[in-house]
Design a binder for this molecule. Structure first.
Ligand SMILES: C[S@@+](CC[C@H](N)C(=O)[O-])C[C@H]1O[C@@H](n2cnc3c(N)ncnc32)[C@H](O)[C@@H]1O
Length: 396
């Protein structure tokens, strides 16, 4: 039995609050989601199908193919449950593997110990069958085995991704406080942007939002920028399956003539970096970059457009006081200059958000690795221009 062609239980993980967008992406690729949970979705798929998921998903972190579920009260039971598993059929002789885990069990105060017991089980089994010890390491560049262990419930997976899919691989220069690419993509999805009207992104920093918007509009997938995945390092891998999926990524790119994506920042360095990142992502020609205060950003008259800012949140008091004025100016600018647009402010500071002084129509929850955030949506009316209607269910 090859895991590449045999359907099994697959769990796709994502960051908190991104599951609805991940679910829509998975469904749009033609798969049926059986179950959702706070940080992911579950479905049935083969590892060959996981190849497609890895290359295409923007909102995912890891695509995990389940090998075995069992009950374990302590780390020795994890070992006992795994030492009989036929690891020699999965991990090639010349290959190497690493272990990752998500552990919450009272008998363990260091997840590394659980990893060690999984590693021991795999090595002991392979040494017994082959007489040689496979090589292991911390880098996620070879095969990756993942342990999920909560209370007494344990499940062991092949992690088909390795390095997290949340980074999309094109950003070479992060700049200050960049958004994670998967988060930026999810927030663009959350705007329900129709992908043909203007997308205006002042305070663009390293350009993540504008670049993700350009990639979404033209159907450029993260797999275009990545050449190594953990699924490539297991016995039975047929590289033709990957080559075929990879070729499809190029074929499915669609250009959108006349699309306006505008990205500005008052920092020259930020714009330089954002341009380099956009070049790496292959979308530099689609984005008009300029250096200016956000309030001097061009707002094309075509409506409905999207105005999207991600201002700093501020950690120290002095910064927060200064930012209060900036948030107030953002509110004024949206009200006076963005009539007919939908305005979005992504922030981790809800006190500062109050300074915007406009009533948010939707407050969409998100989470960075450390902080609860909101994407605030404002419907911006104007005396002369009616707010156009964004299609409320733009397919992902
Ligand atoms: C939190 S960062 C944006 C990060 C961005 N989303 C990314 O992924 O890289 C905020 C950006 O706003 C810019 N900024 C702050 N105040 C500004 C102003 N008044 N006008 C224009 N840009 C401003 C900063 O230079 C910084 O790049």
């Amino acid at each position: 039995m090859s895991i590449y062609t045999t359907e099994g239980a697959v769990t796709i993980t994502c960051h908190k609050h991104m599951m609805p967008y991940l679910e829509q992406e998975v469904t749009a690729l033609g798969y049926t989601v059986d179950e959702t949970f706070v940080t992911g979705v579950k479905l049935r798929a083969s590892v060959n199908a996981c190849i497609r998921l890895n290359l295409n998903l923007r909102c995912a972190s890891q695509v995990l193919y389940s090998l075995k579920s069992f009950r374990a009260f302590n780390a020795d039971e994890v070992y006992r449950n795994l030492v009989d598993f036929p690891w020699e059929d999965l991990i090639p002789e010349a290959g190497n593997f690493s272990i990752t885990s998500n552990v919450k069990n009272d008998t363990i105060n260091n997840g590394m110990f659980a990893n060690l017991r999984v590693k021991d089980a795999i090595i002991d089994r392979i040494r017994e069958k082959r007489g040689t010890r496979p090589s292991t390491g911390a880098a996620l560049t070879g095969a990756v085995i993942h342990l999920f262990w909560k209370n007494e419930t344990a499940e062991v997976f092949v992690d088909t991704s390795g390095e997290s899919l949340a980074r999309h691989g094109y950003r070479k220069i992060p700049g200050q406080a960049p958004m994670l690419e998967s988060l930026a993509a999810a927030t663009v999805y959350a705007t329900r942007w129709d992908r043909t009207s203007p997308f205006v992104n002042p305070m663009c920093g390293s350009g993540t939002l504008a670049i993700e918007a350009a990639m979404i509009a033209t159907n450029r997938r993260p797999g275009l920028f990545r050449t190594n995945y953990a699924f490539m390092h297991l016995t039975g891998y047929d590289e033709q399956v990957y080559f075929d999926e990879d070729a499809k990524l190029e074929e499915q790119i669609t250009e959108v003539p006349g699309l306006r994506i505008i990205a500005t920042d008052y920092s020259e360095r930020a714009i330089e970096n954002a341009k380099k990142n956009a070049i790496a992502a292959g979308v530099a020609g689609m984005i008009d970059f300029s250096v200016c205060d956000f309030a001097d950003t061009e707002i094309p008259p075509d409506v409905p457009g999207i105005f999207f800012v991600n201002p700093e949140y501020g950690e120290r008091l002095g910064e927060v006081n200064e930012l209060a004025e900036t948030y107030g100016r953002i509110g004024d600018f949206m009200k006076k200059k963005c009539g007919g647009y939908f305005g979005y402010v992504f922030t981790g500071n809800l006190e500062l958000a109050k300074k915007i002084g406009l009533k948010a129509k939707r407050r969409i929850e998100f989470y960075t690795s450390t902080i609860d955030c909101r994407l605030l949506e404002y419907e911006l009316y104007s005396g002369t221009r009616d707010t156009g209607k964004l299609p409320l269910n733009t397919p992902i």
